[in-house]
Design a protein. Sequence first.
Length: 341
Amino acid sequence: NVTANHTIHAVFAIDAFTITATAGSNGSISPSGTVNLNYGSNQTFTITPNTGYHVDSVYVDGSSAGAVTSYPFTNVTANHTIHAVFAIDAFTITASAGSNGSISPSGTVNLNYGSNQTFTITPNTGYHVDSVYVDGSNAGAVTSYPFTNVTANHTIHATFAINVFTITASAGNHGSITPNGIVNVNYADSVIFIMHPDAGYRVDSIFVDGIYVGSDSVWILRDVASNHAIHTTFKLAVSVDDTIYEIPKDYALKQNYPNPFNPTTTIRIDLPEQSVVTLKIYNVLGREIKTLIDRETISAGVLEVTLDASQISSGLYFYRLIAEKSDGKPFESTKKMMLVK
């Protein structure tokens, strides 16, 4: 019902939208908070993890856009949200050990950024730590190694070496010992020492670490697990039955030499008086396999008997002595020997 003149004027404003930007702990997003944008505008967000952390996921409007460090919004025509999540950096230490020892923990050890981890290196019995290599560089013969404030991957590898001991061998006047001087022996090994009296002399005494151990012409140090010293002395001998020995004071059946042997070995018997002697060889089942002396009357002195085992198979055997004394009481003794072919 227009009854007069009028004017009409319209005014317009651009549509405005918001992007709400947030970040979890251990990182930031920029810009942050509520960001106002006009219709059709662009906005890029930068996601920055703290030291020792990395971007785990970036969620745009609730959907994961991946572990990106930058996200652009282009031609904005609606409201949006962006949220960044961070995770701590994880590293590995690969721990390994050579033979004859171990390292603990072993294998792949997972550690978070800034963590600490100590490794314990343990050699087997009779061995020692030779070297510990950290990232390929020798850290020495340590039995423990700490990694502190880990910020990268690492490797640690331990090697071991057998313990070596020294046997100091020496001899007095009128003879020698073989081997002589400083003899290096690995852990648990054995070493044979042979005494060599000069003509007209015999072994008087053998001392191991200052302790008298006998007067044989051969002495075996078995299962060596420490340093030792061996020293032998010699004295004049008396001829008995064309063999240069003193008449023994006691009956004795000595360890055969060499032992183990192939195919021959020598068995020594000490006889302080004339005796009726029987010497036989038995297998591990107790079955007699060879008679070396069968009730022979032997004069007082030292008797050496050679066993030829060419026709006998390898294995553990026993040799048994029965010496009938003048008092009617027999001396009996049995020892083991090893034939190796």
